[in-house]
Write a protein that binds this ligand. Structure first.
Ligand code: MYR
Length: 181
C-alpha cells in the first residue's frame, strides 16, 4: 500500500518524543543522585562520549561523507549532516575569526528541550544537554581529533541563543580507528 503524500509515518514522531522524555527523566534522576551541577554535567558528558565513539561507525556508514580537509569542513559536516541525521535540526556554524580552530554551533531549535521550560530550581549551572558535547567529542576522537566541546550559551539559562563551542585541539595518531575506504 502506498503512503499518502510525502507525510512521514507517525512513528518517527512518537520515537522522538519518547527519546526526549527519556532524556529528561535521565537528567532529573541525575539531579537527584548528584548534588553538584558540575557532577551531573560530567556524567552527561561521559555518557555522551560513550555514545559518540559508537555512533561514528553508524554515521560514516550512513552518510557516505568523504574525508574532510579542514576544521571548518568538519564543523559544517557535524551541523549539516550529523545533527540533521540524528536530531532533525541544522545548527548554523560560526567561526572565531581570530583563531583557526574555534567554531560554534548555534541551535535555533533544540529537540532535547522541547518539553523543558526552565532549569530545575537551584540548578543554575546545569548544562541540560551536555550529553551532546560528549557525543561530538567521542565521535571526533574516533576520527583522530581531540576537541573541547562545551556549551557557551544556553537559552535555558536565559541566553538569547544556545551555542555549543568546539575547539579543535590536535590531531591524534591514526591507530585507534581506521576508516574503511
Ligand atoms: C573525516 O574527515 O574522516 C570525516 C570527519 C567526520 C566527523 C563526524 C563527526 C560526527 C559527530 C556526530 C555528532 C552527532 C550529534 C547529534
Amino acid at each position: 500500500m502506498s503512503r499518502p503524500g510525502n507525510k512521514r509515518p507517525e512513528y518517527h514522531k512518537i520515537n522522538r518524543d519518547l527519546f526526549v522524555l527519556t532524556y529528561g527523566a535521565l537528567v532529573a534522576q541525575l539531579c537527584k543522585d548528584y548534588e553538584k551541577d558540575e557532577d551531573v554535567n560530567n556524567y552527561l558528558d561521559k555518557m555522551g562520549y560513550g555514545i559518540g565513539i559508537r555512533l561514528i561507525e553508524d554515521f560514516l556508514a550512513r552518510s557516505y561523507v568523504k574525508k574532510c580537509h579542514s576544521y571548518s569542513e568538519i564543523t559544517d559536516l557535524i551541523a549539516q549532516v550529523a545533527f540533521k541525521m540524528y536530531l532533525g535540526i541544522t545548527p548554523s556554524v560560526t567561526r572565531n575569526e581570530s583563531s583557526r580552530n574555534e567554531f560554534s554551533l548555534i541551535l535555533d531549535k533544540n529537540p532535547l528541550v522541547e518539553f523543558v521550560e526552565e532549569l530545575p530550581a537551584g540548578r543554575s549551572s546545569l548544562c541540560y544537554c551536555n550529553l551532546l558535547c560528549g557525543v561530538i567529542r567521542g565521535a571526533l576522537e574516533m576520527v583522530h581529533l581531540t576537541a573541547d566541546v562545551t556549551f557557551l550559551q544556553d537559552r535555558l539559562k536565559g541566553d538569547k541563543v544556545t551555542e555549543i563551542g568546539i575547539t579543535f585541539l590536535k590531531k591524534l595518531e591514526e591507530k585507534k580507528y581506521r576508516r574503511k575506504k
